[in-house]
Design a protein around this ligand. Structure first.
Ligand code: SF4
Length: 352
């Protein structure tokens, strides 16, 4: 069906004020990029959720990486935007500016070569991301074991998405009428990965792709389900998402990791929402080898509202720093740092 026909159908069936949350940061950016908020009826309110791995990284985790580098002289290997995320002591770029080794890689497998080429040095690979990236990191550690690499440690900041969605529903800070399910994550965990949450909360849930017509198609189904009053968990991204997900990726992921607690910016510590190393891989586990205690520093002067933005209770434009002291060039919080962050989407595409 054509985009304009879908929009016409949405206008025809949509009768009430509804709040829909898109979990995923990529959805947030695509929705802004294509102006989808503007073309939907004004009674459909889209809220952004916590689905940006960089944004939900806790300050204490950044502080821990900085402390490890400073106290034990570990070279840091990680990905993209994480180097700009502020902890209470600064970002990983702050380490770089002080002469510490901080490398950004595109593939975690690059860390194996770095460790092999520098046998006299010790490296920390910081793994970040949801179910989409964790299988690659798991594969890297399997290879590191096979190649008997001894100077590479690992810190898992990997997080699982359903427990975060559950935490938001449990908090009940906002009335949610429907959820836009993340397409990439669902490709790994399948429609079945959301079943438990759906059955408990009965909030209409539609998994969607990322092209504008896929998003509008998914929103049409979500609005239809909401209006009919019969909650459903629907997969509207069938070309990528299978009922059971990607079994091979899940097998690799759970060969190396098991579920454990994770610290989410804005949501706090959520049990069973993270991926921690299994005993067989504990020789890589930097938390076991260097168990530094990092206290949470309360900074009463930091007005960043990223936590509230990630829970969908505040729009970035309601943060006093937005577009003034905080811009993509000079970000004050991770929601502006990340290319998937809600604050950066509002800034880049002029959200209100
Ligand atoms: Fe934090 Fe900047 Fe977003 Fe405000 S605009 S919530 S300071 S990231």
């Amino acid at each position: 069906m054509e985009l304009k026909d879908l929009l016409e159908k949405i206008r025809t069936i949509s009768t009430k004020e509804i709040n829909i949350m898109e979990f995923c940061g990529t959805h947030t950016h695509e929705i802004f990029r294509y102006g989808i908020r503007e073309i939907l009826p004004p009674n459909i309110h889209l809220l952004s959720g916590p689905g940006c791995p960089v944004c939900v990284t806790a300050e204490e985790d950044i502080d821990y990486i900085i402390a490890l580098s400073q106290e034990y002289n570990l070279g840091i290997i990680t990905f993209g935007d994480l180097v700009n995320v502020p902890g209470s002591l600064g970002s990983l770029n702050y380490l770089r500016a002080r002469g510490k080794e901080v490398r950004v890689v595109y593939s975690p497998l690059e860390s194996l070569n770095i460790a092999k080429e520098n046998p006299h040095k010790k490296y920390l690979l910081v793994g970040i991301g949801f179910e989409t990236t964790a299988p690659n990191l798991a594969y890297t550690l399997i290879k590191a074991t096979e190649e008997n690499i001894k100077n590479l440690y690992f810190l898992s900041l990997h997080k699982l998405t359903p427990p975060a969605m559950k935490a938001i529903l449990d908090m009940g800070e906002i009335k949610l009428d429907g959820i836009i399910g993340p397409g990439h994550v669902s490709t790994i965990i399948g429609r079945v990965g959301w079943k438990e949450i759906f059955e408990k909360y009965r909030v209409p849930f539609v998994i969607m792709g990322f092209k504008p017509e896929e998003i509008v198609y998914g929103i049409y189904h979500l609005v239809k389900i909401i209006e009919e009053g019969e909650p459903k968990l629907l997969n509207a991204y069938e070309r990528s998402v299978k009922e059971e997900g990607n079994k091979h990726a899940l097998e690799v992921m759970y060969k190396v990791f098991k579920k454990g607690p994770a610290n989410w910016r804005g949501l706090g510590i959520i049990e069973e929402s993270g991926l921690v190393l299994r005993e067989e891989f504990e020789d890589f586990d930097v938390r076991r080898i260097y168990p530094l205690k990092i206290e949470k520093r309360v900074d009463n002067y930091n007005p960043c509202k990223c936590g509230e933005v990630l829970r969908g209770v505040l729009k970035p434009t309601e943060c006093p720093l937005f577009g003034k002291a905080c811009t993509p060039e000079y970000p004050k919080g991770p929601c502006m740092v990340s290319s998937e962050g809600t604050c950066s989407a509002y800034y880049l595409y002029g959200g209100v």
